[in-house]
Write a protein that binds this ligand. Structure first.
Ligand code: AMP
Length: 221
């Protein structure tokens, strides 16, 4: 099952991807996480990507494509994966299709999570991430028991440098500009499933699961 999750930052696609990953036993591959890891561990790619990430700009295609390619060729990706944050542009989608074609594979379903601007700012500006284990919190919706401390490992909770309101709006603007063509491309390919991400998490999960099951049935028949 090869799935792509598209949605602006704050659409909750990371949360949905974690659920599907557990249920379908396929890895959740977030291009943003892979890039941040590369920056933190100080790889050559990370060094080149740092400037763009901090500004909320798209990292050049060649850097992100290399990172994704290495990841999807790993053994745990044999029965599928969820790509979250990649592809982000039509050019990246075409590179991915070509990459998969060469491997004799193709995508099964692409989810687009649509969400209002107000909800994005509310969700992202309150988001806090554990500096040790990566667990996600929200100061209003999913607070930790002790302010600024991770419940799971006692690590310090930080705000991502690109989760500040002024950067969020810039990330959103770039996101919509770049993804319009991408969404149209998958819609034309007949594999796009649009989900409204303004509602409650459980309802969205149910909708995602139903679509995954339909795609699985189609694949098996
Ligand atoms: P995210 O965690 O998905 O919000 O991504 C954080 C940052 O990583 C983005 O603002 C970009 O700078 C970079 N990034 C993530 N995925 C991509 C991609 N597919 N193409 C280019 N840049 C990306």
């Amino acid at each position: 099952m090869r799935v792509v999750f598209i949605g602006p930052p704050g659409a909750g696609k990371g949360t949905q991807a974690e659920t599907v990953s557990k249920e379908e036993k396929i890895p959740h591959i977030s291009s943003g996480n892979l890039l941040r890891e590369a920056v933190e561990t100080g790889t050559e790619t990370g060094g080149k990507a740092k400037y763009y990430i901090e500004k909320g700009l798209l990292v050049p295609d060649n850097l992100v494509v290399d990172i994704i390619k290495d990841r999807i060729l790993k053994k745990d990706c044999e029965s599928g994966y969820i790509l979250d944050g990649f592809p982000r542009t039509l050019a990246q989608a075409k590179i991915l299709d070509e990459m998969l074609k060469n491997l004799g594979k193709k995508l099964d379903v692409v989810f687009y999570f649509a969400v209002s601007k107000e909800n994005v700012v509310l969700r992202l500006s309150g988001r806090r991430i554990c500096s040790s284990c990566g667990a996600n919190y929200h100061i209003a919706f999913v607070p930790s028991l002790k302010n600024g401390i991770c419940d799971k490992c006692g690590g310090k909770l930080n705000q991502r440098s690109d989760d500040k309101p002024e950067t969020i709006l810039e990330r959103l603007r770039i996101y919509h500009e770049q993804t319009e063509d991408l969404i149209a491309y998958y819609r034309d390919n007949g594999i796009l499933k649009e989900i409204s991400s303004d509602g409650n998490i459980e309802k969205i999960t149910k909708e995602v699961n139903n679509s995954i099951n339909t795609s699985l049935q189609k694949k098996r028949s």
